[in-house]
Design a protein around this ligand. Structure first.
Ligand SMILES: Cc1ncc(COP(=O)(O)O)c(C=O)c1O
Length: 405
C-alpha cells in the first residue's frame, strides 16, 4: 500500500517529529476522522440514548444504533447479536458470568490454548473455581501453533462445554484456524468463544463464516476509542442467558421484588452506554472499510515479511512464533541475547521507536517459551518499510551499547 506514508498524515499523534509507532497491538493511534466523529457527537449530537423523546435525544439514539448496525454489517453479524461492552475483557467476563454460571457444571471442562491473553484465562479460572469445572490447555508446537488433533482428544470424552481461543495471538502472531475449531467444538456439543482482539483490525473477519457462538473484540485496537468493546453472540444463546449487570436500560419491568429483562442486546447493556465511543468506533470501521481490510492485510503482510527478513540481520535476535509471515498477524515478538526486553524498549524509545516490552498479559505463554518477557513490534495501516528500517537500526545500536556484536 504505497499510500501508507500519506495515510500517516491522517493520524495527528504520528505528526510528532521522529516518532515510529510500532505498538498498535497494544492500542492503535486514532485517525482524524475518528477523533472528529467523537468530537462532533459530543459537541452537536449529544444526549442520553434510549431515554429521551425530544429531537436531540432521538437523534443521539439513532446515531448510536446506526453505529451498531454499521459495525454488525461490517463483520457479517446481526444487530441483535451485537452487544456493546467496555472492552474485550468485559465481553469475555460477560460470557463467563451470564452463560458460564448456568452452563458449566462440576466435572465438566473448558478448553483454552497456552497462548491466551489473561482476559481469556482468568474469567474461566474464576468460573471453574466456582462451579468445580476443569481447565484443559491446548499445547503449542515449535511455531506456536495448536494441534487440532489434540483439540479432538480433549473433546472426545464429551465433558467439554466451551472452547475459548484467540483468533490472532497477541504475542506469537499465530493465526488460529477458527472456523475449523468452532466446527469441531460444535460437533462435540461444546460452545465456542473466539477472542478477536488482534484479528479484527487486520484480517477480513466474516462472522457468518467463522461460526463462533461468541466472538469478542475491542474498539481501541481498531483505530477506535477506548471504552468500547463488542460481543457478538448467537441469538439463541443470548436469549437464554441471564443478565450480566443489573440497572437501567436492561429491563422491561421493575417491581419491588423482581424484574423482567429487555431482549438482547439491551439485556446486557445496563446503564448509560458508550455513546460517543460507539459513533467513534463506527467511524473507525468506515475508515478501515474505506481502505479495505484485504488491502490492509496485504500491506501488513508485506511489512511483517520484510521485518522478519531484516530482523534476521540483528545478531542474537530470536523471533517467537511462526517463521512464515503468511501464518501470522502483523506483530513480531522477539528476544535479544543478553539484553533485558525493558532495556531494549527503553533504548528504542529514546530513538523514537515505540515498541512494547512485557509479558504481554500472557504469563502462561511466557512460561512455555521459557522467558519472563519479550519485545513486541506491531504494525498498522500507517507503517512503512522505513519504520522497519528504523527499528533495525535502533536494535543494532542496542547491541553496540551492550557490547554483544
Ligand atoms: C488477544 C487479546 N485479548 C484480549 C486483550 C484485552 O483487550 P482489552 O484490554 O481491550 O480488554 C488484548 C489486548 O491486549 C489482546 O491482545
Amino acid at each position: 500500500m504505497s499510500a501508507a506514508s500519506a495515510l500517516a498524515d491522517d493520524f495527528p499523534a504520528l505528526q510528532r517529529e521522529g516518532l515510529v509507532y510500532l505498538d498498535s497491538a497494544a492500542s492503535a493511534q486514532k485517525p482524524k476522522v475518528v477523533i472528529d466523529a467523537i468530537a462532533d457527537t459530543l459537541a452537536h449530537h449529544y444526549a442520553n440514548v434510549h431515554r429521551g423523546v425530544y429531537p436531540l435525544a432521538v437523534e443521539a439514539t439513532d446515531r448510536f444504533e446506526d453505529s451498531r448496525a454499521r459495525i454488525a454489517d461490517w463483520l457479517h453479524s446481526e444487530v441483535d447479536e451485537t452487544v456493546f461492552t467496555k472492552n474485550v475483557t468485559e465481553a469475555i467476563n460477560l460470557v463467563a458470568y451470564a452463560w458460564g454460571r448456568d452452563n458449566v457444571h462440576a466435572g465438566e471442562a473448558i478448553v483454552l490454548s497456552r497462548a491466551e491473553h489473561h482476559s481469556n484465562i482468568v474469567p474461566w479460572q474464576l468460573l471453574c473455581a466456582e462451579v468445580g469445572a476443569q481447565l484443559r490447555y491446548l499445547d503449542l508446537d515449535e511455531e506456536g501453533k495448536i494441534s487440532l488433533s489434540q483439540l479432538d482428544e480433549h473433546l472426545a470424552d464429551g465433558r467439554v462445554r466451551l472452547v475459548a481461543v484467540f483468533h490472532v495471538s497477541n504475542v506469537l502472531g499465530t493465526i488460529n484456524p477458527v472456523a475449523e475449531i468452532c466446527e469441531r467444538a460444535a460437533a462435540a456439543g461444546a460452545v465456542s468463544l473466539i477472542d478477536g482482539a488482534q484479528a479484527v483490525p487486520q484480517l477480513p473477519v466474516a462472522l457468518d463464516q467463522i461460526g463462533a457462538d461468541f466472538y469478542a473484540w475491542t474498539g481501541h485496537k481498531l483505530y477506535g476509542p477506548n471504552g468500547i468493546g463488542v460481543l457478538h453472540g448467537r441469538s439463541e444463546l443470548l436469549r437464554r442467558m441471564r443478565p450480566f449487570l443489573g440497572g437501567g436500560n436492561m429491563i422491561k419491568q421493575v417491581r419491588e421484588e423482581s424484574s423482567t429483562f429487555a431482549d438482547a442486546p439491551a439485556k446486557f447493556e445496563a446503564g448509560t452506554g458508550p455513546i460517543a465511543e460507539a459513533v467513534g468506533l463506527a467511524a473507525a470501521v468506515d475508515f478501515v472499510r474505506g481502505i479495505g481490510v484485504e488491502t490492509i492485510r496485504a500491506h501488513e503482510l508485506d511489512l511483517t515479511a520484510y521485518a522478519i527478513e531484516r530482523l534476521g540481520e540483528v545478531p542474537g535476535l530470536q523471533i517467537h512464533g511462526p517463521t512464515d509471515a503468511q501464518d501470522r498477524g502483523a506483530l513480531i515478538s522477539f528476544s535479544l541475547d543478553g539484553v533485558h526486553p525493558h532495556d531494549v524498549a527503553e533504548i528504542l524509545g529514546r530513538d523514537g521507536v515505540c515498541v512494547r516490552a512485557s509479558h504481554h498479559c500472557a504469563q502462561p505463554l511466557m512460561r512455555h517459551l521459557g522467558i519472563a518477557a519479550s519485545v513486541r513490534a506491531s504494525f498498522a495501516v500507517h507503517n512503512t518499510r522505513a519504520d522497519v528500517d528504523r527499528l533495525v537500526e535502533s536494535l543494532l545500536s542496542v547491541i553496540e551499547i551492550f557490547g554483544q556484536a
